[in-house]
Design a protein around this ligand. Structure first.
Ligand code: GLU
Length: 449
């Protein structure tokens, strides 16, 4: 491998040894782009790679809020403004008790290349808090969000940094965050956040965009293989916004999700999650996000407690859509042994590096990386920013058409980038190289800082 790339990976391993997820993603991306660095010796002179792994800015802040019983709580808030070379920092906020600086940094690093792949002018950022929204009342969520925004509002803006949702942050939270921003600034700057409600500048299709985009990307992969989505059976993990979008779009296009896994085990519904079952999932999730068993009870289908559906044979496609490091070596071995051809990552970094390398080495498999597959979400956030700055509203059809076009281009760009370096149909390397290229060029042209 390229010696400069190796040195920077070593640097990250040493300097950031307490940030395992961040080290993991840097190693994955930089290993992929090594052939490109071979051809660009000027990167080393400009120390481009070390500059790329250090966020432009990252800060923490105290978020204090009071619960419904009058008890005060203190959480840690984060915002990482990772890379602003190609546009304002852009990326979601994650509210989850396991959030650490390492998780925020890995997500911000991934976001930089993902946003570049969309072709839209967005830099990379990420933020969040170790606040756990599960079991909190609506009023508690509102007070938390108001306190969070009070600490953050000076450092964001439509041309500065544009947060959005991620795990634990959906339309409700974005509403409270935006309300507080408007109250503090006294201006109508709704381009400061995306994923907003439609009544105050949100884009149609944004809630479904990540799941829909993933299925559109999958269609491009199938087309490449002279295959089609019609009749395909899909196993996914996660049934949040993203998993739900996959279920809905797959059903619309004549495929079906026949397995889905949650925190308590997995469901096998051979008829697929279609029709009114899609509404039931929403209800079930709103009542209790930790259990999917009620689905099995209601529809009389199989539920396997405490297990993941990786390795089941009666599907055509796997789509991990839950969270990072969901698929480790042990699951990857089962997936490879199942004979299933398509492994389409959806969640951010759902596969450990060793498991990903193993799956990519399987001759019978095609592996697609999350930073390309899930980019439809942030792409529609970019479209929301455009609508806000132009003070106009696009129809659902217009947004959906644009999303489809963007997913098509992301796939085509990845194919082209991998071919340019003689790597064949390698969607993982292709996405990394294509995403990296634009950021690298912009940084080189803007001088050393
Ligand atoms: N959190 C989402 C992601 O991982 C969306 C970010 C956004 O829309 O800014 O890409």
């Amino acid at each position: 491998m390229n010696a400069y790339v190796e040195r920077v990976i070593e640097y990250v391993k040493n300097k950031h040894c307490h940030e395992p997820e961040f080290v993991q993603t840097v190693e994955e991306v930089f290993t992929s782009i090594a052939p490109m660095v071979d051809k660009h010796p000027e990167y080393e002179k400009a120390d481009l790679l070390t500059r790329m792994v250090e966020p432009e800015r990252m800060f923490t802040f105290r978020v204090v809020w009071t619960d419904d019983n009058g008890q005060t709580h203190t959480n840690i808030g984060y915002r990482c403004q990772f890379n602003g070379a190609i546009g304002p920092y852009k990326g979601g906020l994650r509210f989850q008790s396991n959030v650490t600086p390492s998780i925020i940094k890995f997500l911000g690093f991934e976001q930089t290349f993902k946003n570049s792949l969309t072709g839209l002018p967005m830099g990379g950022g990420k933020g969040g808090s170790d606040f756990d929204p599960a079991g909190k009342s609506d009023a508690e969520i509102m007070r938390f969000c108001q306190s969070y925004m009070t600490a953050l509002y000076r450092y964001i803006g439509p041309d500065v940094d544009v947060p959005a949702g991620d795990m634990g942050v959906g339309g409700r939270e974005i509403g409270y965050l935006y309300g507080q921003y408007r109250r503090l600034k006294g201006v109508w700057e709704n381009g400061v956040l995306t994923g907003k409600g439609f009544s105050y500048g949100g884009s149609l299709i944004r809630p479904e965009a990540t799941g829909y985009g993933a299925v559109y990307y999958l269609q491009e992969v199938l087309k490449h293989e002279n295959d089609s989505i019609e009749g395909k059976r899909i196993a996914i993990s996660g049934y949040g916004n993203v998993g739900w979008g996959i279920m809905k779009k797959a059903a619309e296009l004549g495929a079906k999700v026949t397995y889905f896994a949650g925190p308590d085990g997995y469901i096998h519904d051979p008829d697929g999650v279609t029709g009114e079952k899609l509404d039931f999932i929403l209800e079930m999730r709103a009542k209790d996000p930790m259990h999917c068993k009620p689905y099995a009870d209601k529809y009389g289908v199989e539920f396997v407690p405490g297990a993941k559906c990786w390795g089941v044979k009666d599907v055509d496609i796997y789509m991990p859509a839950a969270t990072q490091n969901d698929v480790r070596m042990e699951s990857a071995e089962k997936i490879a042994a199942s004979g299933v051809k398509y492994y389409i990552e959806v969640a951010n970094m759902p596969t450990t590096n060793d498991a990903l390398d193993f799956l990519r080495s399987q001759k019978h498999m095609i592996v697609a990386p999350s930073k390309a597959v899930n980019a439809g979400g942030v792409a529609v956030s970019g479209l929301e920013m455009s609508q806000n700055s132009e003070r106009l509203v696009w129809t659902a059809e217009e947004v959906d058409e644009k999303l489809k076009g963007i997913m098509k281009v992301i796939h085509a760009m990845s194919v082209e980038a991998a071919e340019e370096y003689g790597l064949g149909y390698d969607l993982v390397a292709g996405a990394n190289i294509a995403g990296f290229k634009k950021v690298a060029t912009a940084m080189m042209e803007q001088g050393a800082f």
